[in-house]
Design a protein around this ligand. Sequence first.
Ligand code: PMV
Length: 343
Amino acid sequence: MGRKATAEAPSNLAFVKYWGKRDAGLRLPANNSISVNLSEAKTITSVEFDVGFDQDTLIVETSNIPPGPEFSRRVNQHLDRMRSLAGVDDRALVHTKNSFPAGVGIASSASGFAALTVAGCAALGLDLSVKELSELARLASGSACRSIPGGFSEWIAEDKDNRSYAIQLAPAAHWDIKIVTIVVSSQTKKVTSTEGHDLAQASPFFKTRLEGISKRLDSVRSAILDKDFQTFGRESEMEAISFHAIAMTSPIRLDKGWSSGAYYWLPESLELILAVQDWRRNGLEVYFTLDAGPTVHILCLKDDLNRLLSAVHEIEENRPGRNWEILVNAPVDGAHVINDIRI
Ligand code: PMV
């Protein structure tokens, strides 16, 4: 009988983004980032180690694209990290399932590698602290380190001992904001976030972004702690644009030819961005943010949720043929072991 454990981990949404690394191999970020765990975007992963397995096997259940060889390579590499910590050599069977589409601007590598870390360590009997689990998850996927603590987190780029991990800023119950995530397309992005991080420094605006990031981190952190929705929303929205400005001005060479930058938005993303500005002018206090993909995340207070959803549905209904997947997220706890075998 092998050693098996199952874990559930949320994806997370950054209000101050991680974009650009100071060490690509160790996934050390150029700046701190702040995020919240998303209740409706999660991964459940079971990991079983058995002396009888002759190789690592990965089963992925996904609603859009099957993962490519690069994903399997990263999973194997992460299993090796955990095996080496536990001093074992057993191969593993990994079974993983996402509740949302991958590669569209909801960080599936964050929930995926956080769940793999927690399930793998539990299966191997490794008793790590939240900080250690977060550091370990970071090595597999940067943003995964923020899915380990619960609620609102800050990823510390480098502490005084040169370590890098996420800490909890506030628990999920601290602030009942809603994040309405609108998946406008399940087509996957053409430039992965790993490629985007590597290209970021080529943008002429990258240094300027970093110069202002401490002030932005202070504003977003205090706004979360003080529940100051207006400051929180404004700073998050400006930050999203700052990140996309970097992506759009970092020249890339794709297989298909040269490109002046990565445009993660689709026409529908821009339509929603403009709609958010209109809704706000008409008294509905909502703000947008987007990660590396066309999905638009709209932030609102709980009391405004129904008005926001009606406004979104109105746009959707007026455009025949549209079929948006809409997730109504709230802050949620971090990655944890689950007992029931749902996978
Ligand atoms: O962890 P990665 O390599 O998937 O990078 C995440 C990048 C963004 O989602 C765009 C920003 C962030 O901080 O999550």
